[in-house]
Design a protein around this ligand. Sequence first.
Ligand code: 3EB
Length: 329
Amino acid sequence: MSLSLLSLRSFSSLPTGQVLGGFHVGAASPPAVAWPLQHLPTPVLDGGEALRECWLLPDGAPVLTGEHEGVVWRRSGDLLFGVIDVPEAGVVPEPGRSALQQAAFDIYARIFQLLDAQGLPHLWRLWNYMADINGEADGLERYRQFNIGRGDAFEAGARSVVGRVPAACALGVASGPLTVAFLAGPTPIVPVENPRQVSAFLYPDRYGPRSPTFSRAALVHPPGQEILFVSGTASIVGHETVHPGDVRAQTVESLDNIAAVLAQASLKSRSGPFALGDLGYRAYVRHPADLATVREVVAQRLGDAPVTYVLADVCRSDLLVEIEGQCVR
Ligand code: 3EB
């Protein structure tokens, strides 16, 4: 059983192999498919109508597909991928909670219920997207509201909010529901932190009342494999944003951070060291006009490694770029 990640640029093509789940990035609506598909309603910046990424299974791998309170999921062996979208307009928040906070709580609570029912309790990687991430409502930035709901659900689901927490990203798009995709498995992650950065789950409360729940990277081990997920990585040193307003320097700093994470991951790896050129990447760019600069720095540093550029808002308003990656072995 071997999992692989396929990237497709053509709008018309769909994978022919067996799919566990995937992503459709682009403004146009996604195709109807029988597997969980996360739609990011935001443009791909470097050409093509849409990007499709699929987690592929070996031909003939058995799959089980289902739905649990809005979580669309597919399982093969002990691997489970799922997607849930919750429009905030349909949420009735409990007193003292915003709709976004409640939506985040509900989504994570449902995911944990599903994982417990499936006997696969360990979240490996989360992909979080929401509208207007830097907007303020009821006196609190929306990303910070999301962090409260997520953290509360981790605790309600008897999960730790520090230490062994999944890899993740959290980005803003122009519109649409709060959408969360996840990959889960039977074994805990091996967490990886970055010595250049304060762990996100220990950020001081000037970044919000509840710290974000994610590891800088996670090593996970499907049977016979090792996968490294590097979380969304930005121009943060310690806990502070560095180079505000300077997209070139922010891109360099983000790549320095990824290099530092890879050095730590290499120390814990079963499959050998990780170099920058070994990963595939997604780069989230806040302003389309910055694409050329980001690409130039990335090309210098990453060479031929595959990178997809996506328009998105990073979760601090002074961050202009965020880069994530993965290596499947
Ligand atoms: C940071 O380092 C940048 O809230 O899940 C990166 C990856 C970021 C994941 C999340 C946030 C998240 O704080 C932001």
